[in-house]
Design a binder for this molecule. Structure first.
Ligand SMILES: Nc1nc2c(c(=O)[nH]1)N[C@H]1C(S)=C(S)[C@@H](COP(=O)(O)OP(=O)(O)OC[C@H]3O[C@@H](n4cnc5c(=O)[nH]c(N)nc54)[C@H](O)[C@@H]3O)O[C@H]1N2
Ligand SMILES: Nc1nc2c(c(=O)[nH]1)N[C@H]1C(S)=C(S)[C@@H](COP(=O)(O)OP(=O)(O)OC[C@H]3O[C@@H](n4cnc5c(=O)[nH]c(N)nc54)[C@H](O)[C@@H]3O)O[C@H]1N2
Ligand SMILES: [Mo]
Length: 558
């Protein structure tokens, strides 16, 4: 389209997934505004999206395929054409396959583009090759698993629950930056009389919303157990709820009895009387929501802390009275990613260990898209060291010259969310949205699915799924879902469809109850109860640095 308005859903890695109306002239984005009819994002946007028009003309944009000419990391590249780039890549893949086998090829991706096609479809090629994949551990997986141990699925409160809450506890999150629409709902709830409590070692902008409690970093799990102790000791719990809807209460009670507020004051730095006061408020003010942040679970015992926190609502009788990650859907993502194309068992490696593995000489070929691991993974120094290896071939599909692209052998130009079609599902609100992306791809940029189809052809791969029109694939996936009423055509017409989540009082655990003592954890060889350890920083590194999302950036996405 050269002129007109497109519906674009923001695909930056953010819970809000804003609906946007994008003005297009001569194929370029000339205006971006919020969709006033979006049920959650309601027409307002964060500074990042509002500022997109300037970013669209960024000189950092990668416009053509490039090949490295100087030494690795020298930043010297030469423009080549697509045919040549794809030939070089497919020859390299053939060579690695015959010399070292498919497990020495690894693909590394993350959620820079949260669109379903952008993220999943390119994996089809690598699955068809039986290449090595990664486990997505960098962001919220620990907390997701933590909640699922006790509740089955991890979904919790939705935006509408925030709106009607009488108490909102923001625990280790900074939505004033990271989710401006959640923040605005919190502010609105407050104006209607809700109490807000923010538990964060740092004074964030969010903390100004209400009562600020400042534990030492990494001690939140103990704090949660102590709150539980107080609730039980002072008879503030909902005994009927515990009896009807939970299991394992006696063992849990035994655990929390070891953490009276005076003991936890020593550990967490939060005064005993503050813990007692909070427990009382928490029991009194219902309905309530604990908004659990990603920041809080990024420590060695982070998942255990989330386990301890997510059990608090079960004490006061609130079904799933937490929000952490509502990314529960019944979409056949395995099909979308082509997992059925594998012909042999394949290897998966934890993405936070890939840097170390690369530095140690593992893998001969890496394909990176939608991610910037040269700076975003723990021990990014090792990742960079690995990318510099002479015996590793690095392909990066990217929109802009980021730190990872600078270290590639071949760089391929990527379309961005304004230039490619996709469908986006929020991990907070229950909406599925279209993203028409009607701007003209800048330079010779291409979406990921295109590259995969071209490489499949050059590698003489025969499975039809490698050439399937991504829109047809997506339509199939959407129509098969029982949580969604409709397919791509409905979405094209309505722009937004609502997912039907299972009710909040259904628990997908083996017992069908909220399990204080998790039978799933036992099955996995984990502690059935939250298992906290106090971590003292080593003497040579006595300071704990905390990072948080900031308003004008989304990780390194801008
Ligand atoms: N120290 C520290 N490290 C962290 C975190 C932290 O808080 N502190 N947070 C962690 C978390 S929660 C996450 S989710 C990760 C995120 O880490 P990653 O997913 O690795 O990186 P991002 O910065 O989100 O974005 C990746 C890149 O996408 C590129 N890009 C922009 N637009 C497009 C596009 O349209 N298409 C394509 N193909 N690429 C595009 C940009 O160049 C950007 O560099 O970082 C983690 N790392
Ligand atoms: N503007 C903007 N929005 C974003 C992003 C962005 O980079 N910029 N990133 C997106 C992504 S990928 C994610 S995962 C989310 C993350 O968004 P959030 O869930 O809000 O998490 P963070 O911003 O990483 O950190 C939130 C807070 O956790 C606190 N914290 C750190 N350690 C501890 C602890 O031990 N205990 C407690 N109680 N608090 C602690 C930090 O001080 C910080 O203020 O935001 C998304 N939205
Ligand atoms: Mo994240």
């Amino acid at each position: 389209m050269s002129e007109g308005e497109a519906y674009v859903t923001c695909q930056r890695d953010c819970p809000d997934a804003c609906g946007m109306l994008v003005g297009i002239r001569d194929g370029r984005v000339v205006s971006v505004r919020g969709d006033p009819h979006h049920p959650v994002t309601r027409g307002f946007l964060c500074p990042k999206s509002r500022g997109y028009v300037a970013y669209d003309k960024s000189p950092k944009r990668i416009l053509y395929p490039y090949i490295r000419t100087g030494p690795k990391g020298s930043g010297h590249f030469k423009k080549i054409d697509w045919e040549e780039a794809l030939d070089i890549i497919s020859d390299k893949i053939k060579e690695i396959l015959s010399k070292y086998g498919p497990d020495q090829i690894v693909h590394f991706e993350y959620l820079e583009n949260t669109g379903l096609i952008s993220f999943y479809y390119p994996q089809r090629l690598f699955n068809a090759l039986n290449a090595t994949g990664i486990e997505y551990t960098i962001c919220d997986l620990a907390g997701e698993v933590a909640i699922s141990l006790h509740y089955g699925e991890r979904y919790g409160a939705f935006p509408s629950d925030l709106e009607r809450s009488r108490l909102i506890v923001v625990w280790g999150a900074n939505p004033a930056s990271s989710s401006v629409h959640a923040y605005s709902l919190m502010a609105k709830a407050k104006s209607k009389g809700a109490e807000i409590v923010v538990i964060d070692p740092r004074k964030t902008r969010t903390a100004y919303l209400g009562w600020h409690i400042t534990p030492r970093p990494g001690t939140d799990g103990f704090l949660a157990l102590s709150i539980a102790h107080t609730l039980i000791e002072e008879d503030l719990v909902d005994w009927d709820f515990i009896k009807d809807k939970t299991s394992g209460f006696e063992s849990y009670k035994e655990l929390v009895s070891r953490f009276p507020p005076e003991v936890v004051e020593e550990i967490s730095g939060v005064e005993a009387n503050v813990i007692r006061r909070f427990a009382k408020l928490y029991a009194e003010r219902k309905p309530n929501v604990i908004y659990i942040g990603i920041g809080l679970q990024k420590s060695r015992c982070g998942a255990e802390a989330v386990r301890a926190i997510c059990l608090l609502p079960a004490l006061v009788g609130v079904d799933r009275g937490f929000f952490f990650c509502n990314s529960v859907r019944d979409f056949d993502l395995r099909y979308l990613a082509g997992e059925h194309l594998r012909t042999a068992p394949t290897r998966k490696v934890n993405m936070i260990r890939v840097g170390r593995l690369l530095a140690e000489g593992e893998f001969r070929f890496i394909y990176i898209y939608g991610s910037n691991p040269a700076v975003t993974v723990p021990r990014a120094d090792l990742f960079r060291k690995g990318l510099m290896r002479e015996d590793l071939f690095v392909v990066v599909h990217q929109v802009v010259w980021n730190e990872t692209a600078e270290l590639a052998d071949i760089v391929l130009p990527a379309t961005n969310m304004y230039e490619q079609f996709d469908v986006v599902v929020s991990y907070w609100h229950p909406y599925v949205q279209i993203s028409e992306g009607l701007a003209t791809p800048l330079g010779e940029s291409k979406p990921g699915w295109f590259i995969v189809q071209q490489l499949a052809k050059k590698l003489n791969l025969e499975r039809d799924e490698l050439y399937e029109d991504p829109k047809e694939t997506l339509d199939l996936v959407l129509r098969k879902s029982k949580m969604l009423n409709g397919g791509l055509e409905d979405l094209k017409m309505k722009k937004i469809l609502k997912l039907k989540y299972p009710p909040k009082d259904v628990y997908q655990t083996p017992s069908g109850k909220i399990e204080f003592v998790s039978s799933l954890a036992m099955r996995f060889g984990l502690s059935p109860l939250p298992n906290l350890r106090l971590e003292e920083p080593p003497d040579e590194f006595p300071i704990i640095l905390l990072s948080s999302s900031i308003p004008r950036l989304a990780s390194t996405q801008y």
